[in-house]
Ligand binder design. Sequence first.
Ligand code: HEM
Length: 335
Amino acid sequence: MRSQTPFGKGGLSLLAITLLLLAAAPAACAEEAPLAVRLVDQFNAMFGAHPGFRANHAKGAVFEGTFTPAPTAKALSSAAHLQSTPVPVIVRFSNGGGLPDMPDTHPSYRTRGMAIKFHLPSGSDTDIVAISTNGFPVSNGEDFLALLKAVSASGPGAPKPTPLETFLAAHPVTAKAVSVPQPIPASYATQAYFGVNAFKFTNAEGASKFGRYRVIPEAGESYLSDADAARLPPNFLSDTVRERVKTAPVKFKLLVQLAEPGDAITDATAVWPDSRPTVELGEIAITTVDPDSLGHEKKLLFVPTNVTAGIVPSDDPIIALRAQAYGVSFARRSK
Ligand code: HEM
């Protein structure tokens, strides 16, 4: 039985928690600052100061492993890690929200993250930053900021209709997205992750296709009832990965879902039908627990624009904005 959040059963966790815990966030955002700065300001206002931690997805765990490209990968992209040689990867799993000490069992923080850094033979690296929802609740940063502010202003006692209710009434796509259930996985290793934003993949012959990443657990997806999750220790999502790698690698398939003509490339709210074909890029095998996960995650920065030749971001405005916002958050947490 999943718990009811202000967004429906298991609805969008990052937003729900602010309703549950905060009556109103301070008006901390200077309107003249760049949008990325205002977004990070808003996260900081919602979750408070946690020096050294990410403004969002603050709680995480770092692992190491190997990515082995599939034979089908090079037909899609000439990217160095998609040819024939396995490359080392760093993986950071995370929970959405800006609280580094939240329990994994929290009923409202339900978005999970999986960030992957591929170390390329050239010595550079490239990233994928994915979440557990297939799609995003808004299509641009202005709407995201407005949504976060509406949430912050809609705590207990807010007059009806609350700013959030007003926002959702004016943005039916967002209302639909935040009502999609987000069950708690049995482990980070049993959750599917989605790149959400589209990228353009170009092969050695110069042929290009747009697609979105999917990261699928080979052990199968597995989710818990809220009652079962509530009995588990606060870090069970990463503890279970730590336990599993003692006996065998924790494996995921990396896929790209391909767009068909007419599919929205630059709108992360527009989920493509599951019937769209996928290309298998390869297998991520997590083999090692980072013994200094907390220390290393502070130095790590995963950015969706950290691509390599053969892959370029689409014109989805959220991609460039994410890169800016992650840079702002990184600068703050690195002080
Ligand atoms: C405008 C939209 C978004 C904003 C403003 C935003 C903001 C942020 C910020 C400030 C961070 C902390 C970055 C750091 O300190 O390194 C973060 C982390 C993260 N975000 Fe976003 N985000 C957005 C959209 C997305 C989307 C669409 C996805 C997934 C497809 C996503 C997945 C993640 C993940 C997985 C992390 C943790 C990365 C890590 O482990 O280092 N975010 N986000």
